[in-house]
Design a protein around this ligand. Structure first.
Ligand code: SF4
Length: 358
């Protein structure tokens, strides 16, 4: 049972963190009538987070294109004929300059992406480790997304100062072979496990609009919310259909579907950061405001998301000012996402909480 309290500095008791959600519970939450779902998610958000704060992250592609994998949505796969050309790994200094600009623009997390199937123990990985150390020295949280990772590589990234590692599950296990055939869902889960075991916060989310059903989205959310330790951050991407990829004909996912994903993720994973990711150029202020109301509390900022367009820094600043939102500080509450602090999972009431006005 909730008690209604929306003042961020006077939070009521936190929602219990659970990782024993049943598939039926997730389904029931997901299919809650939309306005009620938003309201419930909004209450959970305010109970567990400062709802005036938005984490601002900047994502830079440090190694673009030429990837050997066949992810159907991706402009960087070498298997598809897209406008993206293969480039070499950026230099450390170049990356550092971009990170400084991101910090000046208000970002507190800097994410570096490489279009690799996985990390190899070579000079390129050594350079990535140097990038992590350098960006961290600026006082920024550092995230990487480099593909599959062994336990030893995860440990080296952690020692270099990596805050988080992004490895999206993308979709459900059953639907996964429709999207990627060059690796398995279990490969993804193995890397997720290696990341968390090394003491790095996990960032893992979805892409919606790839032709999946609502049941597929529910299965995905169930998988994520029943990990032993929830992801510290959950990006919700809307497919940006790229010409030349197998998904080029997909139509834009409706905003109500994005809001439903955000709200369900917020209720299932009350303390995780839920990030509005790809697809934001198609959303207006009111649509994004609905997502914030439903519990989104992070944005990718900067005019590019790896290779896809994203709103300008100035547009996001204007939106946040209009909505009365402020940037979240770096390194806030990050210790709770380390594997050695996995919370004891309480046995709790499994009913969907009903809001009550007090
Ligand atoms: S999503 Fe990542 S792994 Fe898949 S093709 Fe693109 S760059 Fe490669």
């Amino acid at each position: 049972m909730f008690s209604f309290e929306n003042h961020s500095t006077n939070k009521p008791k936190m929602t219990a963190i659970r990782n024993d959600w049943t598939r039926e519970e997730v389904q029931k939450i997901y299919h809650t009538p939309l306005m009620d779902l938003i309201h419930q998610a909004s209450l959970v958000h305010r109970q567990n987070n400062d709802a005036t704060e938005i984490q601002m992250c900047t994502l830079l592609s440090v190694k673009t294109g030429g990837c050997s994998e066949d992810c159907n949505y991706c402009s960087q796969s070498a298997r598809y004929s897209t406008e993206v050309k293969s480039e070499k790994l950026l230099e450390v200094q170049e990356t550092l300059e971009t990170a400084k600009k991101a910090k000046e623009a208000g970002s507190t997390r800097f994410c570096m992406g490489a279009a690799w199937s996985g990390v190899k123990d070579n000079a390129d990985f050594d350079r990535i480790l140097e990038m992590v150390r350098s960006v961290r020295s600026l006082g920024l949280e550092v995230c990487c997304t480099l593909g599959m990772l062994s336990p030893e590589q995860a440990k080296r990234l952690c020692e270099a100062g990596l805050s988080a590692y992004n490895h999206n599950l993308d979709t459900s296990e059953e639907f996964y072979p429709n999207i990627v055939t060059t690796r398995t869902y279990q490969d993804r889960l193995d890397t997720i496990n290696n990341v968390q075991a090394a003491g790095i916060s996990l960032c893992s989310g979805s892409i919606i609009g790839m032709g999946e059903s609502h049941d597929v989205r529910i299965d995905f959310l169930h998988t994520l919310a029943t990990l032993q330790l929830h992801p510290e951050s959950v990006p919700i991407n809307s497919l940006v259909a790229i010409e030349g990829t197998p998904l080029e004909q997909q139509t834009r996912v409706p905003i109500e579907d994005v809001v439903r994903m955000v709200a369900t993720a917020r209720i299932l994973m009350p303390k995780s950061i839920v990030r509005l990711s790809a697809g934001r150029t198609e959303m207006g202020l009111a649509e994004q405001a609905l997502c914030f109301m439903a519990g989104a509390n992070s944005l990718f900022t900067g005019d590019k998301l790896l290779t896809t367009p994203n709103p300008e820094f100035s547009d996001d600043h204007q939106m946040m000012n209009t909505l009365g939102l402020t940037p979240r500080q770096a390194f806030k509450e990050d210790s709770q996402w380390k594997s050695e602090t996995v919370p004891v999972q309480p046995k709790v009431d499994t009913r969907i909480p009903e809001p009550s006005m007090a």
